[in-house]
Ligand binder design. Structure first.
Ligand SMILES: [Zn+2]
Ligand SMILES: [Zn+2]
Length: 105
């Protein structure tokens, strides 16, 4: 049984978690798959990529400059900014954003 999106197109599917994660990590597939989580599908038996919030998890953000995953600090204060483009930058990196060059994908 094939899994389809609401618009009827086939969902991207992968034979392994590693394959799915490599796809999500590939800049060629950003921003659509940036930060997506791989999960095994009960319906088709393949791996799909989904946004964390679709899976009931907190979203994950990755800094566009240092590429590191950015997590909220323990006191709940956000240690990152989310740009209108949907990308995120961490606080140290954000000092560089806008000073020299504008943010470009
Ligand atoms: Zn599926
Ligand atoms: Zn950064």
């Amino acid at each position: 049984m094939d899994c389809r999106r609401k618009n009827g197109t086939l969902r991207a599917r992968f034979r392994s978690q590693a394959e799915a994660e490599a796809f999500a990590a590939d800049p060629a597939n950003h921003p659509a798959y940036l930060g997506d989580l791989a999960h095994l599908c009960e319906k088709c038996g393949f791996w799909h990529l989904s946004r964390a919030e679709w899976l009931g998890l907190k979203p994950r953000y990755f800094c566009i400059k240092c590429k590191n995953e950015i997590k909220p600090s323990e006191n709940g204060e956000m240690e990152f900014y989310i740009l209108l483009s949907g990308f995120a930058v961490c606080k140290p990196c954000s000092l560089m954003v806008g000073e020299s060059s504008p943010v470009v994908n």
